[in-house]
Design a protein around this ligand. Structure first.
Ligand code: XMP
Length: 326
């Protein structure tokens, strides 16, 4: 599959040369005196693209963080303050209502992804672009996103041209993708070279559809709140451990199960924990977390997250699993 696309392997990646080349490319495409917008989520991919764009265009780059209501606790404040330190002003766009409306009544995983894609690009970003002088959107698509979408495994929210969609025709603006030849390990190398802080270059991947990728069946604000709370506990606990994991996540199941609390029946939610060892997300194996950690996670999630009566740990490999639940 990777033969279809030009790949720069991390061992062949000369960070300084790559940065200079991309700065030049971005400046050339956007053009003198013209503006561009970047969609920053705070993940390592979009952070690298933001810094490349900032270096190339300075204040001709508008940096937007879309608050889709599906992000983790305090995520927008943290991203804004990290980038403020780097001299980059981030505008937060409140689009919670648009996303929850688009997700109402949608259960199918691919339809959920499609609803998020359409809301992000057609609804939210089209308006942002129309009200600015920008005609380009910079985004952090990487090679793995394209491969999985083209292979029909998962429709990654940010892949268009490679599957025959012309963003200009579909959304009214063009998209620039400076990271399309590299994978996550390459992006981390560039992030370091760009002087991004450790909390960014080591940041765990987080999917574009955000916590909506971790709610099985229909996404509602109540369910997002449950999975958000479980995520806060999981991330807080595992950050303190030296797991070496590539990524970990909490997933909220649709099926409820019978539990008991204070001697009474409590028919409640199930949270599934996944924790992955992987190099580049193409294949992955479950991290062998200690029984002590698993017990602590289960106890905290089942007592601190309202409505949860069952916590499980997934021990399947990718494949046949994928890393996210939808
Ligand atoms: P899967 O679930 O496909 O995930 O095994 C592989 C890696 O990709 C991330 N992921 C996404 N990232 N948009 C993204 O930007 C998406 O739609 C998306 N879906 C999955 C996932 O978190 C993992 O790191």
């Amino acid at each position: 599959m990777s033969k279809l696309f030009k790949e720069i392997k991390v061992s062949d990646l000369d960070s300084e040369k790559f940065i200079e080349k991309k700065k030049k490319e971005i400046s050339k495409i956007v053009g003198k005196d013209r503006k561009a917008i970047v969609a920053l989520s705070g993940g390592v991919d979009s952070s690298v693209v933001t810094m490349l764009g900032h270096k190339a265009l300075s204040n001709r780059l508008e940096v937007c963080f879309v608050d889709n209501g599906l992000m983790r606790k305090n995520e927008s404040d943290e991203v804004v303050s990290i980038f403020k330190e780097l001299g980059v002003t981030v505008e937060v766009i409140d689009a919670k209502k648009e996303f929850f409306t688009a997700l109402k009544g949608v259960s199918d995983p691919e339809q959920k992804r499609e609803a998020i894609t359409q809301t992000f690009y057609k609804n939210v970003f089209r308006k942002v672009i129309e009200s600015s002088e920008a005609r380009y959107l910079l985004q952090g698509t990487i090679l793995t996103d394209i491969e999985e979408t083209v292979a029909g495994i998962k429709r990654q929210h940010n892949v268009f041209e490679q599957i025959g969609i012309d963003p200009k025709k579909a959304f009214g603006y063009k998209i620039i993708e400076p990271l399309i030849e590299i994978r996550k390990d390459g992006v981390r190398k560039i992030a370091k070279a760009l002087g991004l802080p450790k909390e960014i270059y080591n940041r765990m991947p987080f999917p574009g559809p955000a916590l909506a990728a971790r709610v099985i069946d229909e996404v509602t604000s109540e369910k997002i709140e449950i999975v958000r709370e479980a995520t806060t506990i999981l991330e807080g606990e595992l950050e303190l451990e030296d797991t070496g994991a590539f990524q970990y996540m909490a997933i909220l199941h649709e099926d409820k199960v019978t539990g008991m609390r204070n001697g009474k029946r409590d028919f409640g939610y199930q949270i599934e924990i996944r924790c992955w060892d992987s190099i580049d997300a193409r294949v992955a194996t479950p991290t062998e977390l200690s029984w002590d950690i698993l017990k602590r996670l289960s106890k905290r999630i089942a007592t601190e997250v309202p409505g949860v009566v069952s916590v499980t740990y997934n021990i399947t490999t990718k494949p046949p699993s994928t890393m996210e639940a939808i």
